[in-house]
Write a new protein. Structure first.
Length: 136
């Protein structure tokens, strides 16, 4: 006689916990960029470490909340983002895209570091001249 076994609810929830523990740095960065593309800044913020270190040609931030405030302002003028490539190796991810704004279509390279399931560091590389005020 065969006895049907039923999994308890906790056992059914286990795969999602295991999946989160095995999420790659590239998957986290991809989710972050998808959230930005959807202008879901709360979802994007949830993927950033509180002490995120951001460095770019225009700004530097030591806190995720300050960085997100600046990104909200930027995305107020973004017309589109054309993803070119993403490359992941261990905790590091490089993302290449073209940012379409009224000022320019700017090629951008970003270098992310992910630790503990959160983005801890982000460096952005692009030609900032089109975004500068005249005379600067």
């Amino acid at each position: 006689m065969k006895v049907a076994r039923q999994a308890c609810p906790a056992a059914r929830a286990l795969p999602s916990v295991v999946q989160m523990a095995h999420t790659s740095a590239k998957e986290i960065v991809d989710r972050y960029n998808q959230a930005l593309g959807a202008k879901d800044f709360a979802a994007a913020r949830a993927l950033l470490a509180d002490d995120l270190r951001f460095e770019g040609p225009i700004d530097r931030f030591q806190r995720a909340d300050d960085y997100v405030a600046a990104i909200k302002g930027l995305y107020g003028v973004v017309k589109g983002v054309e993803h070119q490539a993403s490359i992941g190796e261990g905790d590091d991810v490089a993302v290449f895209y073209v940012l379409d704004t009224p000022m320019a279509k700017a090629p951008v390279a970003e270098w992310y570091t992910v630790r503990g399931g959160k983005i801890t560091s982000l460096r952005a590389y692009f030609d900032a001249r089109p975004f500068s005020r005249p005379g600067q």
